[in-house]
Design a binder for this molecule. Sequence first.
Ligand SMILES: Nc1ncnc2c1ncn2[C@@H]1O[C@H](COP(=O)(O)OP(=O)(O)OP(=O)(O)O)[C@@H](O)[C@H]1O
Ligand SMILES: [Mg+2]
Length: 307
Amino acid sequence: MTAIVQVQKLHKTYGATVAVEDISFEVQEGEIFGMVGPNGAGKTTTIECLEGLRKPDGGTVRVLGVDPQREGQNLCLRVGMQLQQSNLPDRMRVWEALDLYASFYPKAVDWKELLVELGLEEKRNTPFAKLSGGQKQRLFIALALLPDPQLVFLDELTTGLDPQARRAIWDLVREVRGRGKTVLLTTHFMEEAERLCDRIAILDHGKIVALDTPASLIQGLGAEERVVFNVDRPLPAGFEKDFSSPVRLDVQGEQVVIHSKNGRDVPLVSEVVTLLSEKHIQFRDLRTEQPNLEDVFLSLTGREMRA
Ligand SMILES: Nc1ncnc2c1ncn2[C@@H]1O[C@H](COP(=O)(O)OP(=O)(O)OP(=O)(O)O)[C@@H](O)[C@H]1O
Ligand SMILES: [Mg+2]
């Protein structure tokens, strides 16, 4: 496998703020690599250092084998970039933006196809200022894919997009990978990261706190499965003591959540139902929940909201 992005001890500060603290990772050719983390974790700063838009204070960064600070010009032609904050002139029409950007690249893809793939065909003559937030976002993704890049950076891939557009963009990103390209993205949607990414780095306070495939991250948590149901009357005291292996009870109003470590002998859900019936406890809306990336994320980064 070839590392398309190599980061070693990348360090970046803004005045007294350490935005990225000596992080190291590699992105392999042909993978969808995700960065997730709370607001201010250092995702955008890392991507901007890789794009050559910010100068690292320490460490080394190589993108497609070169230092983005030295060969930024050259990289621009081979790397697609969707920035978290972007803008275009208000009066520039969708097709004009695509046509103009296409003229920068020696082998741009046909922008008319991108227009269709991103659902912007009807808006081709609309000025930038009159696009909705999600339509602007789609236009920026189209612009990032325009150079037919070997590597594409997508910062906040689907923020502000509706569920239909989000799914269409997942397909598009998978298709980009299918053509042998590499994708480095950030997202705040854990479901998106879990479904889309081959590997995920979880950042917090400028450091990588975990990096693995979604499945391994979830397994590695020794995560819990859950059974959730509602009751009209409180459960009898000591209900949790009758289980064959330890469970944890979480009661909030009418809702009861029973947590248990994965890999028990008797399936948790059948034991819950048996005990509820034996004790003649009325319950409704019973469902099971498998551990997911959001559980991993919260367990590693906590529940505190960031500044
Ligand atoms: N231009 C800047 N000047 C000063 N501080 C900055 C600047 N950009 C970012 N920071 C700070 O650096 C830290 C990392 O910010 P960064 O934008 O990389 O986070 P992020 O992970 O992309 O967050 P978000 O999820 O909110 O986009 C934050 O503490 C932020 O306040
Ligand atoms: Mg950001």
